[in-house]
Ligand binder design. Sequence first.
Ligand code: ATP
Ligand code: 9VF
Length: 439
Amino acid sequence: MADRPTLERLVKLNNVWLSRKDVLHGVKTYDVSVKKIRIHTDCGEVITVSNSRSSASARALRNSKYRKVCKLCKLSDERVNRFVAKDFYDPGITYVEAPVKKSAPKKVLKKGQVEQPAAAAPSTNLAGSSSAVVQTQPLASVTASQSPASATASQSPTAKKPEESVIVSAKDKFSPSQRKRLETLLVSDEIDLDSPDLPPFEELEAELVSKRKAELVDIYENSREHMLAKLERDISAFLISKGFIEIKSSILIPEEYIIKMGIDKDAELSKQVFRTDDGKCLRPMLAPVLYNYLHRFDKVMPDPLKIFEIGPCYRKESDGSSHLEEFTMVNFCQMGEGSTRESLIQLIDEFLAHLGISYEIEGDESVVYGATVEVMHGDLELSSAVVGPVPMDMDWGVSKPWIGAGFGLERLLKVRHNFKNIKRGSRSEYYYNGIHTNL
Ligand code: ATP
Ligand code: 9VF
């Protein structure tokens, strides 16, 4: 048995199209992409819809019910009759109707529209401690210019009683989805969404959208730099000025490097590694290849040897606001003379002073290195730093004292820009320099 005919097949065989208002059009041409079908009707309309068997358009075409025929399309009776006769099934193939899904229909959200929660809770909360008096809107004043979301909000049980004053808790002023949209539009904590003095959702949303658009245009007209790329360039220039040589190595590394770093199969970090099927993995850290460089360049360069690399690292993570699965690490290390704890701390101090980021130093234990120097900003770990030698050096052919530190660049951006979530400064299609791109 075959599945129902695709939308493309329905269009191809009948050469007609049913509009949302059940008006029957003639199809002049159509183009098909991986997911969509774009129909050019005989009357000159262009419609793009999902090329799915289960879409409303496909169902409508299968049901062959039309309300009227488009006059401009000048459809022949033969085309209309063929459509009504349901002549789109291939003889010899038995088609099945897939069971209708019980789940709620997918909501299509328009630009700027915010999805309402399933049970649109009224915003009344008489028990609320920080409360504001809100004048509810009479239904008649819901204008066409309001977004469907705001219209729905106005028709909530609270709004049904016209011109009535109710006490609304500041915390409940916005529905969960409205709050989510506003949080997305805020870059840091520039506005307290629990403040009682805020304007209504649609006003605040419009205000924030225009502010964020202006900021993006400003970037486009002036700096045109991505904050993550710029930070990488700044750090690179700083370390080069301090005598470190820049390395760029492969992001795909042999899986055995993980074991060689003392991370055995049962260790938490081992489970976080993204493996490919040819004995390689996406590097979760820069240290293995830096070890190889220390070993090789020690035979070439004068002592002390100072190297660094900046680049993407990958780890399977579950904790959201400070962890990314794809992040950028800088790892700098020095081997040979002067590689002491004091010089490590001095270097970290100069590095963070250069970036304008405050920090505290703490001690910790790591599976890889044993004792580490943790560089913290409040509760957030900015870096793990180590004073070698460590026993593992033997496996990498390294025999001199060393110091090294690894910093996550997105964590540095999070602190510098006071982002609530680390994603704002990461590689992303959703945020540009901390600004949401869906405006
Ligand atoms: P945490 O304990 O916070 O998960 P970690 O001790 O596993 O970090 P290290 O292996 O020491 O991290 O990596 C050095 C630095 O790289 C960290 O201090 C942090 O700045 C950054 N880093 C590590 N993992 C991530 C991640 N998943 N997302 C963003 N940055 C990360
Ligand atoms: C400290 C962070 C082993 C001599 C080439 C350099 C360091 C930084 C550790 C990183 C890691 N280590 N996430 O080593 O600088 O490796 O766990 Si080296």
